[in-house]
Design a protein. Structure first.
Length: 239
């Protein structure tokens, strides 16, 4: 049995993992889902100082008392999750990236978006320090698999994302730890990911090392809502 720390992506709290956590616990695992500082029930703590390093500390706090952890990060949580994986490999048995991957050294989440999205985000935030929650609705692409019930839950519970977590990056070591790593690909087929790795694409080239494995879970960008039992089963297979 394993110890899982589940880290949600932008705008979400620990509640996003409720069904996945329930499935993992039913299989005998221990699970801690994280609400990163400034989000969900911690929304009152939002301040200009909240950023990537704050969230690194949150993840480490969730790991406290466990000698070995399967660390799971979704979407924009890839930056603090990667920082923890790079700095504390001895604490981790595996790192799982859910429809995301570690960004290159010095690259922030905002940098990974197209120019129009970057401009729109900066205009929306202005002089503030939080990125508003997008409107979640049933549809295709990233929203595939979400029911109206899912969307209503997210609209009711999601909170603005601390701007520091959007704009800050981490510097990665020259020698990346060889901790086993898995990508759960939901919005992109694994065949395409392998093509991008082989082509030397800077966002994917680092995923071509032997410690990486890839599994497909076709759905939208939020499989913890659209396919929670299947996601939990895949996580259970990583131990």
């Amino acid at each position: 049995m394993a110890n899982y720390v589940l880290v949600p992506g932008f705008w979400l709290g620990a509640w996003a993992w409720d069904q996945v956590a329930q499935e993992l616990r039913a299989a005998g695992h221990q699970v801690r889902a994280v609400t990163l500082t400034g989000l969900a029930e911690r929304a009152g703590e939002l301040s200009p100082e909240v950023g990537v390093e704050t969230h690194v500390a949150d993840i480490l706090a969730a790991m406290d008392g466990w000698e070995e952890v399967v660390l799971v990060g979704h979407s924009g949580a890839n930056v603090p999750v990667t920082a923890v994986a790079d700095r504390y490999p001895e604490r981790l048995s595996r790192v799982v990236y859910v429809d995301t991957a570690p960004l290159p050294s010095g690259v922030a989440v905002i940098d990974f978006n197209d120019e129009d999205t970057q401009k729109a985000w900066r205009a929306q935030v202005g002089d503030g320090y939080a990125l508003d929650v997008p409107f979640f609705e049933q549809g295709e692409g990233q929203f595939a698999g979400l029911t109206e019930e899912h969307c209503a839950q997210i609209r009711a519970k999601a909170t603005p994302q601390p701007w520091g977590a959007v704009t800050q990056s981490v510097q990665r070591p020259q020698q990346i730890p060889a901790t086993p790593k898995t990508m759960v690909a939901s919005t992109m087929p694994v065949a395409l990911i392998r093509e991008l790795i082989a082509s030397g694409n800077p966002a994917f080239a680092a995923l071509g090392t032997p410690e990486w494995t890839f599994v497909e879970l076709p759905t939208g960008h939020w499989p913890m809502f659209s396919r929670p039992a299947d996601l939990a089963a895949l996580l259970g297979e990583t131990v």
